[in-house]
Structure formats: structure tokens, C-alpha cells
Design a binder for this molecule. Sequence first.
Ligand SMILES: N[C@@H](CCC(=O)N[C@@H](CS)C(=O)NCC(=O)O)C(=O)O
Length: 199
Amino acid sequence: MNLKGIVYEPRFVHLARGEQHEAAYRALNPQGLVPTLVDGNRVLTQSLAMLEYLDEVFPTPPLLPPEPGLRARARAIAGLVACDIHPLNNLRVLRFLEQELGQGPEARGRWYRHWIQEGFDALETMLGETMLGADAGAGAYCLGQGPTIADVCLIPQVYNARRFSCDLGDFPHIQAIEAHCLTIPAFRQAAPEAQADAE
Ligand SMILES: N[C@@H](CCC(=O)N[C@@H](CS)C(=O)NCC(=O)O)C(=O)O
């Protein structure tokens, strides 16, 4: 929404305090997960669905490239992060590991870093291929000359990887994209530190 200059009112849901499980929030999002997007009488869940919705309703600037192959690639990278890395390392999964399966902080950290390493290994290879192409954008973004849904999904995942002390040394393309995106105010304004009532 920052990238598109959409005016919105953020409402924060404190996950560590369990606010996502409160009845009022579950009335909007029965999964008890963030984010939820409310646009008039439309209540949207699932980040990828929201990204596509926002791109259709607010087409400028686009977050999907015009060429079908590149669109599919942007969706593939977004899916790699949002469907194949993120769900394994979500708060409720980490809590289940600890509270139900009796794993300690060391095993939890190992679990987290394993899935980051595996996902980022594949992504780094893909980004290397992309960056050889004419649409590569010199490595500033996952593909093309501007930010896409791929970058919008990747940057928060890199943030979390750093939070969990993942070694990113094997991922120069990912680090370069992160460094470039963080020069853009829209990305910086979406960082957890920029949230008004963050602690
Ligand atoms: N597939 C969902 C995942 C949503 C999700 O897992 N969100 C996390 C925060 S990034 C969450 O709400 N976690 C709360 C919990 O695990 O209790 C989406 O893309 O919206």
C-alpha cells in the first residue's frame, strides 16, 4: 500500500500478546492470523490474495510485470516465500514445537534456520538466473526494473531471518535486493520498527 501511495488506517494486532485470537479479530479473520485488509465492506485475508487485489484495484504502479512469463516468476518467488518458507516458521508453529513437542530454544532456532537456508538456497539460484537476463534490473529487485510482489514478500522474510540470527552469507543476491529495497521509503515505513505502537 505504501508503494502505491494508498491512504490507509493501520490497526495493530499484537501477536505475542495473543490479540489475533480475540473474538473481535477472529470475526474478521477466522484463522486468527494477520494481516487482514478491510476495504469498505470487503474483508480480505491471505497476503497473496490481498496483494493481487490491491494490484487490481490500484493498478499504479503495478506490482506484477506486464509480460506473462515474468508475472508467473514474480508469483513463483512470492509463493516460495509465502507458501514454502513462512508457514513453517510462523509463531504458532514455533510455539507448537516448544509447548506440544517439548523442543527447547536451540531446536527451535535450528528448525527456523533450516527452513530459511533451504528456501533461500533455491531463491538465490533463481535470482542468479534472473539477473543474467535483460529484465534483471541489475539486481536491485527480484526481477524487472521495479518492485513486485516478490520483493514485497521477500523483504519481511529477510527481516525475520536476521531476527533469528540466520547466516545470510550464502545469499548475496538476496542481500543486495534487501539493501536496495530498504533505500525506498515505502519498504522502510512497513518495517516493524515503524509501527506506531511497536514495542
Ligand atoms: N498465509 C497467511 C499467513 C498469515 C500468518 O501466518 N501470519 C502470521 C504473522 S506473519 C501470524 O498471524 N501469526 C500468528 C500466530 O502464529 O499465532 C498469509 O499470507 O496471510
